[in-house]
Design a protein around this ligand. Structure first.
Ligand code: IMP
Length: 206
C-alpha cells in the first residue's frame, strides 16, 4: 500500500536538502533586514508546528534575537469559515516597541495569521512581519501579508518537518504531500510503514 510508485500514500514534496537551503536563504534575508544591533528582534513561534522550523532558522541567524511562543486554536472544517481563533497560550514577553517576526509553519486560509497580526499589532510593536515556511495560496480565504515566504505549495495536505495529521507525523524530516487525505483519515496509521519502516522509496537519490 505504501511502497512507493503510484500506490504510495504520500510523496516527498520538499526534501531535507531543499529545506536546509531555503532556511539558509531566509535567514540571510532576515539578517539583512535586522542588522541594527541596538534592536533585538523577537521571533514569535506558533505552537506546535513551527517549532521545528524555528529551531533550524534561529541557528542559521547570526544576530542577537529572542524567541517566544504562542498557542492558538483555530476551529477546523465548518467553524473555520467563521474565523474563530483563540489564544490558548500567550507570549511571556511584552512586545511593545519591539521588532516582531511571527513564524508560521503554513499559511492556508490565512485566518490564523490574520488573527495573529491583528492581536499582536494591538500590543504596539515597533514592527511586525510574518514568515510562513509554506504558503498554500490557492486556499486563501482572507488576503494577508507574508513578508517572508519559504515555499509556495499547491493545494495539498502536507505532513512532516513539524506539520501534523491529528498530532502525528511531525517528526518526518522532509515535507510530504498526502495523496489521499480521506484515506489517511480512515486509516491514520497509513504512513507509518512508509516513513518509519523500510527505507522510504521516495527518499532514494537524495
Ligand atoms: P489557516 O488559518 O487556515 O491559514 O491555517 C493555518 C494552520 O492550519 C497551520 O498553522 C497548520 O497548523 C494548519 N494546516 C493548514 N494546512 C495544513 C496541512 O496541509 N498540513 C498540516 N497542517 C495544516
Amino acid at each position: 500500500m505504501t511502497q512507493g510508485g503510484t500506490g504510495a500514500a504520500a510523496e516527498v514534496l520538499i526534501s531535507v536538502a531543499q529545506l536546509e537551503l531555503r532556511v539558509r536563504e531566509l535567514a540571510a534575508e532576515i539578517v539583512d533586514d535586522h542588522r541594527d544591533g541596538n534592536r533585538i528582534p523577537v521571533l514569535v513561534s506558533v505552537l506546535k508546528g513551527s517549532t521545528f522550523f524555528l529551531a533550524d532558522l534561529v541557528r542559521a541567524l547570526d544576530i542577537d534575537l529572542e524567541v517566544d511562543f504562542m498557542s492558538i486554536s483555530s476551529y477546523a472544517a465548518t467553524a473555520q469559515q467563521s474565523g474563530v481563533v483563540r489564544i490558548i497560550k500567550d507570549l511571556e514577553g511584552d512586545i511593545a516597541g519591539r521588532d516582531v517576526i511571527v513564524v508560521e509553519d503554513i499559511v492556508d486560509t490565512g485566518l490564523t495569521l490574520t488573527y495573529l497580526r491583528k492581536a499582536l499589532t494591538e500590543r504596539a510593536p515597533r514592527s511586525l512581519k510574518a514568515l510562513g515556511l509554506l504558503d498554500k495560496r490557492a486556499r486563501r480565504i482572507v488576503p494577508v501579508p507574508i513578508e517572508y515566504v519559504g515555499f509556495e505549495i499547491p493545494d495539498v495536505f502536507v505532513v512532516g518537518y513539524g506539520m501534523d495529521f491529528m498530532g502525528r507525523y511531525r517528526n518526518i524530516p522532509e515535507i510530504l504531500a498526502v495523496r489521499d487525505l480521506p484515506r489517511l483519515a480512515n486509516a491514520p496509521d497509513l504512513l507509518v510503514d512508509t516513513v518509519f519502516g523500510a527505507p522510504f522509496p521516495a527518499r532514494a537519490g537524495e
